[in-house]
Design a protein. Structure first.
Length: 282
């Protein structure tokens, strides 16, 4: 039995690869993107198993209209994949106000709006999956990606709360965390004029590594897409799915360091307890 998917950001990268893989195996896909003509070749090959709509996830009214139309036209949607993303590669001081707004509107608010639009229909179905594409940078950080991290840490907190709220309705939420991968995302990062003050800082080091090609891209994008499909086909519904050797290593190191710092302040944390709490705990 085929599965029906709703995917944002399908023109390139993971979105395009996922759409191709799903259609090749006989699934139905509601593919959304800013330029629908980018999928004309797939529409010609797969006919009505590919539903295509123009969508800018920063347009809230359009999000609700397109999500509603997809459910109405296809009858049901089994999996909603929030994949559309925007990245800014610049230090905190260098990014423009417009770039900051765009990354938050796309990655955080856009993802929230897609989910909010889909939830009433998923609840009515009594089941469904939501895959939120995040990144290793949803739990750890790298210089020059502060605003990207702000959006991804935000959407991960949102999805962790969401997962607890919608589990009683048979809806499972998984945050997918790919690491650095050779897709078009890296080449499409927005940049800003650099400040010489940051040349000999960690921000400058990362810039030089990217420019020289020394920044590792250890994961296979097709295998990442395959892991996402396998997840939906299987019974497991993890809150987070780390994908890539860098994701596993970097996120684990970040969590270990955070836990160590957390534990180091145990005595201070407990020292501010109220007298009422201390009396109740005695």
């Amino acid at each position: 039995m085929s599965t029906t998917w709703f995917i944002t950001g399908t023109s390139t990268g993971f979105g395009r690869l996922l759409t191709e893989a799903l259609l090749a195996r006989g699934d139905r896909v509601a593919a959304t993107l800013r330029r629908p003509e980018a999928l004309d070749d797939l529409r010609a090959e797969h006919g009505d198993r590919l539903w295509v709509a123009s969508l800018d996830v920063t347009d809230r009214e359009q999000v609700h209209r397109v999500v509603t139309s997809a459910f109405d036209d296809l009858g049901r949607i089994d999996v909603v994949v929030n994949n559309a993303g925007y990245g800014v590669f610049a230090s905190v001081e260098e990014a423009s106000d417009e770039q900051i707004r765009q990354v938050v509107d796309t990655n955080l608010l856009g993802s929230i709006d897609v989910i909010r639009a889909a939830l009433p229909r998923l609840r009515a179905q009594g089941d469904g999956r939501i895959l939120q594409v995040s990144t290793a940078g949803g739990q750890t950080t790298y210089p020059n990606f502060s605003y990207y991290h702000a959006s991804k840490w935000g959407v991960e907190g949102f999805c962790q709360t969401l997962a607890a709220e919608v589990a009683p309705f048979g809806i499972a939420v998984t945050i997918v965390e790919p690491g650095a991968t050779p897709t078009s995302f890296g080449s499409s990062l927005a940049t800003a004029p650099t400040m010489p003050e940051y040349e000999h800082t960690p921000a400058g080091d990362v810039r030089r590594a990217l420019a020289s090609g020394a920044f590792p891209l250890p994961s296979d994008p097709a295998r990442i897409v395959g892991a996402m499909i396998d997840l939906v086909d299987g019974d497991a519904t993890p809150l987070r799915l780390p994908l890539g050797p860098d994701t596993y290593a970097d996120v684990r190191a970040a969590l270990v360091a955070r836990l160590a710092e957390h534990d180091a302040h145990r005595d201070v944390a407990l020292s501010v307890a109220s007298d009422e709490h201390l009396a109740a705990s005695a």
